[in-house]
Design a protein around this ligand. Structure first.
Ligand SMILES: C[S@@+](CC[C@H](N)C(=O)[O-])C[C@H]1O[C@@H](n2cnc3c(N)ncnc32)[C@H](O)[C@@H]1O
Length: 230
């Protein structure tokens, strides 16, 4: 699975952000900024954005951080991180090539871990998701926070069906057309429709060992921001 995903992301870095912004009518920007605010609110000295991609979340975290906060951005795709590093804030972030399930960091070493729009990628199987969440739990300090921004399932059946129809009809064809990777966007479209509800994801976080799990639905539940404490 990793190789398949790495190949997908190696082909789309240049078009990744514009495709997201077009397909979500800019909602991805608004939700990332909101998640960054929630994440940054409790401060701390060492922050890590996993599956950071082109570094949009890491950039927002940088803007919200105090002097002295060290920000790391990890991803297993060199082409995605190369694009992130070329951005104006690139020099202020510590980029790390790493599989999210096997982070090159010590136990109890981060105050904050964020992940945005990538939890579907580490959810190849329910056990796979748990083991990635356990890895995030391992590197967080006691009382450290995990903030997860991901697509979700609207509670209203009508809105959920409309969302799934929209995703089915637009994400694969439009994303494929602009990026040249139809297979990549077919995969992304399918993973949106089959992902967990906000309640199910909260249960998984509790199962991992996190406490104080809360979530904030956005845009009628099309996305959700979860916060959990180690
Ligand atoms: C959909 S993009 C999200 C990027 C960014 N977080 C955002 O908000 O747009 C998913 C990113 O996760 C990375 N990724 C997927 N699975 C991964 C894994 N198992 N370990 C590390 N990175 C992974 C991909 O390379 C890609 O850059």
């Amino acid at each position: 699975m990793n190789k398949v995903l790495q190949n997908i992301y190696a082909r789309i870095p240049r078009t990744y952000e514009p495709v997201n912004h077009i397909l979500t009518f800019g909602m991805d920007i608004i939700t990332r900024k909101k998640a960054a605010q929630i994440a940054a609110a409790d401060g701390g000295e060492r922050w890590l954005d996993v599956c950071s991609g082109t570094g949009e979340m890491a950039g927002y975290l940088k803007k919200l951080s105090r002097d002295g906060t060290k920000i790391y951005a990890a991803d297993f795709s060199l082409p995605m991180l190369t694009l992130a590093r070329a951005k104006p804030f690139g020099n202020a972030i510590n980029f790390v090539i790493s599989e999210a399930g096997n982070l090159p960091f010590e136990d109890d070493s981060f105050d904050l871990i964020t992940i945005s729009y990538a939890t579907r990628n580490i959810n190849s199987t329910p056990e796979g998701l748990l083991s990635h969440f356990r890895e995030f739990h391992r590197v967080l300090k006691p009382n450290g926070r995990f903030v997860n921004l991901e697509t979700s399932q609207p509670k209203s059946g009508v809105i959920r069906r409309l969302m799934h129809l929209f995703v089915k009809l637009t994400v694969a064809p439009t994303g494929g057309l602009i990026s040249g990777s139809s297979a990549g966007y077919r995969y992304l479209s399918g993973s949106i429709r089959s992902f967990y509800s906000a309640e199910e994801l909260a249960d998984i976080l509790y199962k991992t060992g996190f406490s104080e799990v809360s979530f904030d639905r956005r845009f009628f539940g099309v996305t959700a921001i979860h916060k959990a404490v180690k």
